[in-house]
Design a protein around this ligand. Structure first.
Ligand SMILES: *Cc1c(COP(=O)(O)O)cnc(C)c1O
Length: 371
């Protein structure tokens, strides 16, 4: 029997009729972009859903992060993590800031707060931690260190949409937090993203950076900006997907619970820790393949799954600190834990429409190797 192909992720899509209904208004008004009614409505709904102090929407998460860093007039060095998608490092580099890589913790793969202070120099201006896989960083420690040294903190929360830590939404962490609404993320607008932030006076500048450096709805252009607007067509997708968000997380939770119950306590397989106080969005399910105990390595697991039409990814390999562009800048780093994880990790298929029986099948195939 030919099995259907299963990939690591598949976008959450609303019923097509619901989307048609939503964009019908756009056809009627003819307002497709430039903060039209759908954009305004999504911004309001997200602000209240996330409990965000302030929010600005962007055409994608990367530009939300890049322009968020720019809006704070930072320079010199940024302490960040190598264990993330390339966007984090690129957003720093595109602001002419030098990334300084801090190692990660071995249980949740977020920035190891114990190692931050050793990396601070007189050039450090900002810490850019990542809530990787939806695992929440040690936000209290990071905040303390930042306060002590007068640094800004901007979170890459691309994976952390909708999550809370001890009742605090990720949208309130640090000075600012970026969320990605890319098709593969837990909440999507096809492409899109936002920045949430505490300083309300940043709004006008961020909106200007997003729209050719103008103060919007005026003839005044005081900034050097770019074009990073979210369209109303994309915002309409967000309005639909937001209605189904809770239901979609509940379905991801079922998948994650199957993986966790069946793959825990298997010698050679290391699962990410369940973080106390975190209400998870089950964005990703990473699995670290520890060959030393069993002789079974990552490539063998990937192949066994691929033979059954299941295609997992090595998120995140290689480390950002190993990018040619970073090495060519002469940036050196000492990140043994991140390297250990990156050399061994895969992420299993995890999305809201993944059937529980398919998650079971993924486990069957992996466990067969270990028998
Ligand atoms: C997806 C992602 C981004 C970039 O978001 P886009 O919306 O695709 O631009 C940044 N950082 C991380 C960790 C991501 O996973």
């Amino acid at each position: 029997m030919i099995q259907k192909k299963i990939y690591v992720s598949r976008p959450s899509l609303p019923p097509i009729e619901e989307y048609m209904d939503e964009i019908r208004d756009v056809w009627e008004t003819g307002i497709m972009t430039h903060q039209g009614p759908k954009h305004v409505e999504l911004q309001e709904k997200l602000q209240s859903f996330l409990g965000a102090p302030n929010i600005t929407l962007f055409g994608n998460g990367h530009l939300a992060l890049e322009l968020g860093i720019k809006s704070m007039h930072l320079s010199g060095e940024a302490i960040t993590t190598p264990f993330t998608f390339g966007s984090t490092t690129q957003a720093i580099l595109r602001n002419d800031i030098r990334p300084v890589y801090c190692d990660v913790r071995s249980d949740d793969y977020t920035m190891d707060a114990d190692k931050i202070e050793d990396l601070i120099t007189d050039k450090t201006s900002v810490i850019v931690p990542v809530n990787v896989y939806g695992n929440i960083c040690d936000i209290d420690r990071i905040e303390k260190i930042a306060k002590k040294h007068g640094l800004k903190v901007i979170y890459d929360s691309a994976h952390a949409f909708g999550e809370t830590y001890r009742g605090r939404n990720a949208s309130t962490f640090g000075d600012a937090s970026m969320f990605s609404f890319h098709a593969t993320k837990v909440f999507n607008t096809v492409e899109g993203g936002c920045l949430t932030y505490h300083d309300a006076s940043l709004t006008q500048y961020l909106e200007g950076l997003r729209q050719f450096g103008q103060i919007v709805k005026t003839d005044v252009t005081p900034y050097i900006g770019t074009n990073a607007k979210m369209t109303d067509i994309h915002a309409a997708m967000g309005l639909c997907n937001l209605r189904h968000f809770e239901e979609s997380i509940a379905k991801r939770k079922v998948v994650a619970s199957i993986y966790r119950s069946r793959l825990s306590n298997v010698k050679g397989l290391k699962l990410s820790v369940v973080q106390e106080g975190v209400e998870s969005n089950y964005a990703y399910f990473p699995l670290v393949i520890e060959e030393a105990d069993t002789g079974i390595n990552r490539e063998q697991v990937i192949k066994a799954l691929a033979d059954e039409n299941i295609f997992v990814r090595k998120y995140f390999y290689p480390l950002c600190s190993d990018f040619e562009v970073v090495k060519n800048l002469g940036i050196r780093s000492d990140v043994p834990v991140a390297r250990y994880i990156s050399d061994r990790v895969i992420t299993l298929p995890c999305y809201s429409d993944l059937l529980p029986e398919d998650a079971e099948r993924v486990c069957d195939i992996i466990l067969d190797l270990y028998r």
